[in-house]
Design a protein. Sequence first.
Length: 454
Amino acid sequence: MTAHPISETVASLMPRAKAELTELVAFQSVADPAVFPKSECEAAAEWVADALRAENFQDVALLDTPDGTQSVYGFLPGPAGAPTVLLYAHYDVQPPLDESAWLSPPFELTERDGRWFGRGAADCKGGFIMHLLALRALKANGGVPVSVKVIAEGSEEQGTGGLERYAEAHPELLTADTVVIGDTGNFRVGLPTVTATLRGMTMLRVTLDTLEGNLHSGQFGGAAPDALAAMIQLLASLRAADGTTTVDGLTRDAEWDGLQYPEAEFRSDAKVLDGVELIGTGTVADRIWARPAVTVIGIDCPPVVGATPSLQASARAQVSLRVPPGQDAAEATELLTAHLKAHAPWGARVSVEPVGQGQPFRANTSSPAYTSMAQAMEAAYPGEKMQTSGMGGSIPLCNTLAALYPQAEILLIGLSEPEAQIHAVNESVSPEELERLSVAEALFLQNYAASKLS
């Protein structure tokens, strides 16, 4: 079978893509100045802007969003009368967590076992490179047949809503006929997949106080209320014995009726230790795509090294709640807040601070753009048909765009398949997936443009 010219072009561009991803991964662009300097995000934004200018994008701008970060915008005009497609990615990344657990430095793209390792390689700096590859392949094969807008967000991982609020204040900026969100992933390597649903998210910081100051555990322990023990008991109230999320008033029995996730495959993907049970009830797909899930993502407490025999006067934790489609994130936030205040033991004083929130999302998979994408993916992945799955993660911008542009079609694709281990140590991207999805995106833009002319 003769290779498609788009495929040949993308293959020839892969060395350049690796070099560029190496440069982009090197920026420690965690959008939290308490963790990494803000200058790292600013430098990454400038890199993205320069890349767009090099591709002859117009109106390239670093948008100062209300949360104090920058999103990068550019516009590439297409033929007269052509539809407009918005391509999305984000350049901010999760913190590397325990750097000593990485097999190679997290901010140095490293090839190992046929994959490229580095924080953001898949989520989502690789998504931006995917967009560049697709556009370059089209330019080399007759030109880009649509007008293209690119938006690269600077704080997606923080959930602080900067780009959403900016878009709401400037609704004309991101108008498009179709939006391609390059921040999800295939169900597994080699199986082309679009994501039909996303869980929303709310994040709260809860502080619990019991004493005016720390006390000697021998002199006062057994009667004085320990804030850390109270916090542990409070957080335990968020789950049943089987691990099911049990926030008061929150529905937790929805079922997923699409592509299923075999338990054995999930255990392998999640790297669950032998003998350790999965949590929750229902199918795996029910649990990760259709139902709420609470996670304690951080606790402020004394470290084991250097710990003293003291009762803690105060404790603090950060709690994330994933909210499935069909539930409202604002209502879930209220329910979680009420639960935390109601379940604090011993009359402990509780204060709850909202950190971030995003609504769940459900795509219209019957739209014409999905037909164009299915054809493109089947060409990029010979012998495979496009699958539709859910995703447990959150991309708050999706709902903002759907509300601002109700006629726009929204498709979700990307590089974050299970082996990528996004948000964990040793995150990586499959170069084969980067190549094939870049081909698919280029072919989609061709198919979509042709469908609008027919």
